[in-house]
Design a binder for this molecule. Structure first.
Ligand code: NAD
Ligand code: TDX
Length: 341
């Protein structure tokens, strides 16, 4: 199979590329990424040079480029991770989120339709369901929960999901959608809660906790997410949505305190800051459908996964220090510059 992975230089896409290239040497994995601020080719170093892996730089919303690529490569499967993914950035620049997340998805759908892709998989998020109240721990997001978005980010992801499902209903495009809870693990860009707190705590810098730190997120190790997507593209039913999550709910304050304890740093580093506008209170996934229909189950609890992740950030300081220094953005020129000119 020839599989197009978009956004494979980002956090989850990068982990997925590693997973697929190593697990399926007989498949060809093409990684298409625009290398925005969030795209980092240093993440792909372990797979560079493997015969079943190829990198292409480009924009999922660039229609002529995408049509040419699909015509040339004749992909069997498309897995779309490419997106603007940071909620705080969507509050400062909503238009970019519509452009990439909605227009980019539509462009990929058109190309998938035109060139007969056998499966288009959309990587979506639990944020499309909005949030749950903090005082109702009995409530969870199921695939039937109505979409009810809060941020420009989640609204753009919900728009994309609806387009994907509309292409199935209207044109019969063979699609699947997955909606996962918050991921954590290796190669997570240090603007997001967990890697931000680890990198700042290691530098004895203050840890900015929004509001009172009471908001709840449902954390899943990225490798469990990758395994779920692999299962969906192989066994999932066309036209269906699958929620992915492992019942690992924690308040933000609990997460930050866990990190401080593991790094033996004082809680006095915590600094409460003004809350995020529209801040979702609680996310919590009900994964019954993917567990019962596809037999998926997560390998990691939050306690085992976070310990491994903290250790990864300790062992791979060069990776995130390059990001913080801006050095990572030179990697493409250094690595590919000669080949481009
Ligand atoms: P990320 O920001 O780390 O990576 C996004 C990648 O997409 C980057 O490599 C970036 O360069 C690339 N990209 C951006 N715009 C592009 C464009 N126009 N064309 C081609 N490439 C482009 O994001 P992530 O956290 O890895 O998230 C990946 C996907 O998973 C997103 O669709 C996101 O909505 C979804 N998701 C994320 C989480 C999470 O906790 N991080 C949870 C559920 C779902
Ligand atoms: O400095 C911070 N302080 C803080 O208190 C940051 C960056 C975040 N937070 C809070 C906000 C959230 O309640 O921590 C929680 C997690 O924040 P993020 O890491 O920004 O993630 P979130 O907003 O939950 O969205 C993430 O999960 C769902 C991803 O970024 C999305 O792409 C995914 O769809």
């Amino acid at each position: 199979m020839k599989i197009l992975v978009t956004g494979g230089a980002g956090f989850i896409g990068g982990n997925f590329v590693h997973y697929m290239v190593n697990k399926y040497p007989e498949d060809v994995i093409v990684n298409l990424d625009l290398l925005t601020y969030a795209g980092n080719l240093e993440t792909l170093k372990p797979v560079e040079g493997k015969p079943n892996y190829k990198f292409v730089k480009g924009d999922i919303a660039d229609r002529p480029f995408i049509m040419d690529l699909f015509e040339k490569e004749q992909f069997d499967v498309v897995v779309n991770f490419a997106a603007e993914s940071h909620v705080d950035r969507s509050i400062t620049d909503p238009g970019l989120f519509v452009q990439t997340n909605v227009m980019g998805t539509q462009t990929l759908l058109d190309a998938s339709r035109q060139f007969g892709v056998k499966r288009y998989h959309q990587v979506s998020t639990d944020e499309v369901y909005g949030d749950l109240p903090l005082d109702r721990p009995d409530l969870f997001f199921t695939e039937e929960t109505p979409l009810h978005t809060s941020s420009p980010y989640s609204a753009s992801k919900a728009g994309a999901d609806l387009l994907v499902l509309a292409y199935y209903r209207t044109f019969g495009t063979p699609v699947t959608v997955s909606r996962c809870s918050n991921n954590y693990g290796p190669y997570h860009f240090p603007e997001k809660l967990i890697p931000l707190m680890i990198s700042r705590a290691l530098a004895d810098e203050s840890l900015p906790v929004y509001g009172k730190g009471e908001n709840v997120r449902d954390w899943l190790h990225v490798s469990d997410h990758c395994a779920a997507i692999d299962l969906i593209i192989r066994k999932g039913k066309v036209g269906e949505v699958y929620n992915i999550g492992g019942h690992n709910e924690r308040t933000n304050l609990e997460v930050v305190k866990t990190i401080l304890k593991a790094l033996d740093k004082p809680e006095s580093l915590i600094q409460y800051v003004t809350d995020r506008p529209g801040h979702d209170r609680r996310y919590a996934i009900d994964p019954t459908k993917i567990e019962t229909e596809l037999g998926w189950e997560p390998k990691y609890t939050f306690d085992t996964g976070i310990a491994m992740t903290i250790q990864w950030y300790l062992d791979n300081q060069e990776w995130w220090k390059h990001i913080l220094s801006g050095e990572y953005s030179n990697y493409f020129e250094n690595m590919y510059g000669d080949r481009l000119h």
